[in-house]
Ligand binder design. Structure first.
Ligand code: F6P
Length: 348
């Protein structure tokens, strides 16, 4: 039961949504149910702070939210605090909140780093891209990989029926974690990631090798930011006002046309797009968000501000917020998944 003197803590979700955000909200609110602490949801990320739009949360309101992708608070990957720092802090003060729990990605934390001096903050790293530094893995990533793997598994049927190569395009911006995770989980024939520019000669040789084995179909998973050697990633369009304005897209089509021309193997492409953000979270992601939400609740009770809740060596840990405010975490050539893929004869 909350009294009129309850501590009021804000909770916002920022940036592109990731399956598991609702799990963070539900676990945080439920873990504080018997405390005199009110969790106030901020609507639509930074926009909700600037426009002072909030919603009071309690255990009944968030019950079973964890089963759905998206975020019941809304989110935005457009708004920024840049040049509006004083306005942001004034709006936040008007909300009469003691501190802010922010679940977000690099854009959200870049925005918050501009106002951090005036804010009590707890950070929760979030992105399907899995490219945040400071944490071993982010929730939403496993679910995105599951979407890719399920798509590749399904598309094999039509690929084999028609003797075609399918090039399946995964999200991930400048990193290829989703392509790598989804491609490995589905034992794809080739995995193309931005961190490893594609050699035309090597990929052609690999495909011709598969043809020589009389393979009817072949499956390729490509990260949206992947590109041929000495070329640039394919930018589809820009979103003005977004902290990361470039939107990637189209590489799978380019590769499919190139394969037809170079190998004579008929090819089609499938862009999975936002389906990767919209599946109900996997159990792996649910375990993570339940444990992280509970840890956030503990941090609030202990007044342990200025930190992020992260995954380290399979455990939940607290880390400096600055750990999340670094450049994207790239796939290392020695990563165990790269090595496993290579040992299986997967082109990467
Ligand atoms: O960062 C998450 C992400 O889903 C990327 O993988 C993708 O490139 C981007 O967001 C898409 O953004 P939007 O939802 O604005 O199209």
């Amino acid at each position: 039961m909350k009294t009129s003197g309850a501590r009021r803590i804000g909770l916002m979700t920022g940036g592109g949504d990731a399956p598991g955000l609702n799990g963070i909200i539900e676990a945080t609110v439920r873990s504080l149910a018997d405390q005199d602490i009110e969790i106030v949801g901020i609507c639509d990320g930074f926009e909700g702070i600037f426009e002072r739009r909030t919603v009071s949360l309690d255990s009944e309101k968030v019950l079973n939210a964890h089963t759905f992708a998206g975020t019941l608070l809304g989110s935005s990957n457009k708004g920024s605090t840049k040049g509006r720092e004083a306005e942001f802090l004034k709006a936040f003060a008007d909300l009469k909140l003691e501190g802010l729990i922010a679940a977000g990605g690099d854009g959200t934390f870049e925005g918050l780093s501009r106002v951090i001096q005036g804010l009590k903050l707890i950070g929760v790293p979030k992105t399907i891209d899995n490219d945040l530094q400071g944490t071993d893995v982010t929730f939403g990533f496993d679910t995105a990989c599951a979407v890719v793997a399920e798509a590749v598994d399904a598309l094999r049927a039509t690929a084999d029926a028609h003797r075609r190569v399918f090039v399946v395009e995964a999200m991930g911006r400048t990193t290829g974690w989703i392509a790598l995770g989804g491609g490995l989980a589905s034992y794809a024939d080739a995995i193309l990631v931005p961190e490893r520019p594609i050699s035309r000669d090597a990929l052609k040789k690999h495909l011709i090798g598969l043809q020589a084995l009389k393979r009817r179909g072949a499956m390729i998973v490509v990260g949206e930011g992947a590109h041929f050697e000495n070329e640039s990633p394919r930018i589809a369009f820009r979103v003005e006002g977004s902290m990361q304005a470039e939107r990637f897209g189209g590489v799978s089509q380019d590769i499919a046309r190139w394969i037809e021309k170079e190998t004579g193997w008929e090819a089609r492409n499938v862009v999975l797009g936002h389906l990767q953000r919209s599946r109900h979270p996997t159990t792996t992601d649910r375990f993570m968000t339940a444990a992280m939400g509970v840890e956030v609740g503990r941090m609030v009770q202990e007044n342990d501000w200025g930190k992020a809740v992260v995954m380290r060596n399979g455990n939940i840990a607290r880390a400096p917020l600055s750990d999340l405010m670094k450049p994207p975490r790239l796939i290392d050539g020695n990563h165990r998944w790269v090595k496993v893929a290579q040992s299986m004869g997967i082109f990467i």
